[in-house]
Design a protein around this ligand. Structure first.
Ligand SMILES: Nc1ncnc2c1ncn2[C@@H]1O[C@H](COP(=O)(O)OP(=O)(O)OP(=O)(O)O)[C@@H](O)[C@H]1O
Length: 285
């Protein structure tokens, strides 16, 4: 699948939720779509899924507009934070409905996951706890095997063990058959190892789109005495710096070999930290 985002803008009354963004996604990868509250992530995913129209610009999937386009929407599965399913339906009915909708649906996987998550096929959605309802969303997203599967903060109420199970199955399924998975979450530390590429949004703009390994290679954290670190970073591009009791840690762009030569303590920067500091840097600018 090829997703082309061209000068995409969405305005709600006086709020520009998306502000003229352009990029493309071509490979079956696990993409992390990150950003602070209100950055525009959900709006982007809703347009991509063909649920809402942009104000200006467009998204093309394999050259076509996803809005009102069943041929395309049966290749896209969006699992939202909540309210994915009608309350009066039973779990087994939901699985049946989705099996009709998605040509790639895997009923065996769906049933396996229903029992792994201890759900009852005859239970109605309205009788489920928040976590159970999230589990059902995850099951549908995984079993859809849709070539574009989108999870928008899909696990409200799910405990840590249930989330871990989700990551494991997601990865296992992805390894068996690669597809485009777009994953938006605020629990970045937990999932960042799954991401092959990250997209960071800020105030309706795309701040960064980069391969995770490359991002890890071109950023690092150094710690040392304040004087030594200040001396080292004065000609470097800095993401942030923080001093405490005569010591300092700085997040830096560049090749970490030079820092190693200087006997600093050198480490990678967790993606969550990067996201926080990049979006702060931008806000302050
Ligand atoms: N239906 C709507 N009507 C009016 N404003 C909206 C609507 N949907 C979103 N917005 C506004 O557009 C902006 C982007 O919202 P969006 O939900 O896309 O952000 P987000 O990155 O998904 O945020 P979060 O991480 O909090 O879910 C916000 O300022 C939000 O208030």
């Amino acid at each position: 699948m090829k997703i082309e985002v061209k000068q995409l803008t969405k305005v709600y009354k006086d709020k520009k939720a998306l502000n003229n963004i352009s990029f493309s996604l071509e490979e079956p990868k696990i993409y992390g779509l990150l950003g602070r509250n209100g950055a525009g992530k959900t709006t982007f995913m809703e347009i991509l899924s063909g649920h809402i129209l942009p104000t200006n610009g467009k998204i093309l999937i394999n050259g076509e507009n996803p809005f009102d386009n069943q041929k395309l929407t049966e290749s896209i599965c969006l699992i939202k934070e909540g309210n994915n399913f009608k309350g009066d339906l039973k779990i087994k009915e939901i699985l049946r409905i989705y099996s009709y909708f998605y040509p790639t649906w895997d009923q065996t996987l769906a049933e396996e996951l229903v029992s792994l998550y201890n759900l009852k096929q005859n239970a109605k959605v309205k009788s489920l706890s928040k976590g159970m309802e999230s589990a059902l969303g995850i099951i549908v997203g995984l079993a859809s095997k849709a070539p574009i599967t989108i999870f928008d903060e899909p696990y409200i109420g799910l405990d840590a063990a249930a989330r871990k199970l989700f990551y494991e199955i997601l990865l296992e399924q992805y390894e068996q058959e690669k597809r485009m998975i777009i994953f938006s979450t605020h629990l970045i530390d937990e999932v960042s190892l799954l991401f092959e590429e990250v997209l960071i949004m800020q105030d309706g703009k795309l701040l960064m789109k980069e391969d995770t390994d490359q991002l890890r290679d071109r950023t690092y954290a150094i710690t040392g005495t304040r004087e030594a670190v200040e001396g080292f970073i004065h000609d470097k591009q800095i993401i942030s710096k923080k001093g405490l009791a005569g010591m300092m840690t700085a997040y830096v762009y560049g090749d970490r070999k030079q820092a190693r030569k200087n006997d600093f303590q050198v480490e990678g920067i967790p993606i969550q930290e990067l996201m926080i500091h990049l979006t702060e840097e931008q806000r302050g600018a």
